[in-house]
Ligand binder design. Sequence first.
Ligand code: ATP
Ligand code: MG
Length: 553
Amino acid sequence: MSTPNPVISTNFIQSIIDEDNKTGKYGGRVHTRFPPEPNGYLHIGHAKSICLNFGIAAANDGLCNLRFDDTNPSKEDIEYVESIMEDVRWLGFDWDERMFYAADYFEQLYQYAEQLIRSGKAFVCDLTAAQIRDHRGTLVEPGKESPYRNRSVEENLDLFRRMRAGEFPDGSRTLRAKIDMASPNFNMRDPVLYRILRASHHRTGDTWCIYPMYDYAHPISDSIEGITHSVCTLEFEDHRPLYDWVLDALAIYHPQQIEFARLNLTNTVMSKRKLRELVEQSYVSGWDDPRMPTISGLRRRGYTPTAIRDFCDRIGVAKSNSLVDVGLLEHCIREDLNTKASRVMAVLKPLKLVIENYPEDMVEELEAENNSENPEMGTRKIPFSKVIYIEQDDFMENPPKKFFRLTPGQEVRLKHAYIIKCEQVIKDDAGEITELRCTYDPTTKSGESGSARKVKGVLHWVSAAHAISAEVRLYDYLLMDDQTNDDEYNMNPNSLITLSESLVEPSLAQVKPGDKFQFLRQGYFCMDRDSIPGKPVFNRIVGLRDTWAKLQK
Ligand code: ATP
Ligand code: MG
């Protein structure tokens, strides 16, 4: 199994494994699983679970299965199965031949249910869902036993078989565990194990009209696969007694469930249900919209597997819930791209600039380093000529103090080129600046003797005759603030700004979707799959300013 970056750090789960290895509990075996329900695309929270499960296995010479927890046919789909496989692989993990579906165990789960009935541990209940709820009791009052609780084994077996055979309408009966209606734990108050539901399953079609509940199917699936450590998120802590009850009642191989805190990120919705709402209500263009915290969204935005795995390592694994600053995720992608991404020049909002004393037809090929952090990345040539574009924001006619960019009379250096000076500002009838007239100092060419002369500002630019027109998409968080209420969120109306008149240097003519760059002074960008010949589209992955790193100082 090729698993980069195994989780070797001593988290509390590793401590449990170390202890189990000492006592020989599982004969020294470590076998985990990642069990997504195929009812949506994976998000960055799942990445934490993936890195943890595959990482623990790798760090302990163990195995990790991919298992689809597909017991709820009404919400599940093959599209999700395929996206999940793609995302796990892309993150760099490999389940070899160990890909399973809970649906593959339906027959076995059914047989185990008959076993529970025969041993008097399960019964068919005719109460409706609403009645079951009414019988459940409260935190301070015990629940009421179902009037069907004491049916004979024969009657239960007969009714359960007829449930399977499709003799009863949806919702009319359930199979319930016979545990304890007075348990302080609601999950133990005779929980439903099977319900009648006529829905086509993405794998079993219409073979079944009864489906097992998650709390019943999950421990048995773990047991069948020989899982040792069944790692899940904290909200299942109260379900652990039921997990244990099912396995003990059947007297079958018993893995242990261990809970850890789920990942929550600032400014980020993190539940498949809510993410689906964003897609269905067209707040975003799809599950892989670059603003989405899905793995496919992050991939399209330009995140790398390395950055995401690094993030998951850094946040660690704990037992109590917390909120992680999304700035840490951004820090991780900057760190990864810093030494890998070529620096190029792109002007997002162009302003025309004519260098009056530069010869009309001259074109100089200037030498430019690709990455000052990584000299091995070499150099490239950039054409320079009389008419160029600079960033609108890099010029101010009436600048405030400490504005070191271009202003009338003030000199700046053009990156990789010359020092220029603004001589004249040209405006249209509405008073908008349309063009700058400048002069250059031919003795100041970068890399040559005259380049020693220093000026405060250095601007990026592109040559008008050579630049490629591009669309640039600037992203901000989907949500305005840190969300306080789980069900209401405050959408950021400016989470996408599209600039369709941007210009990039000609070396970008050959790039492919997925290629990543640092646009000098602007941030990291990734070519989007919406690009068409002659009109590349770039996603801003992240800006250059690292707010997270600053906070740590
Ligand atoms: P969601 O609420 O987003 O739908 P889920 O838990 O229902 O998530 P599953 O497909 O059941 O989604 O999850 C697969 C695995 O990923 C489970 O083990 C689950 O605990 C884990 N997981 C889901 N969300 C997170 C998260 N935010 N942080 C860590 N692990 C998570
Ligand atoms: Mg779920």
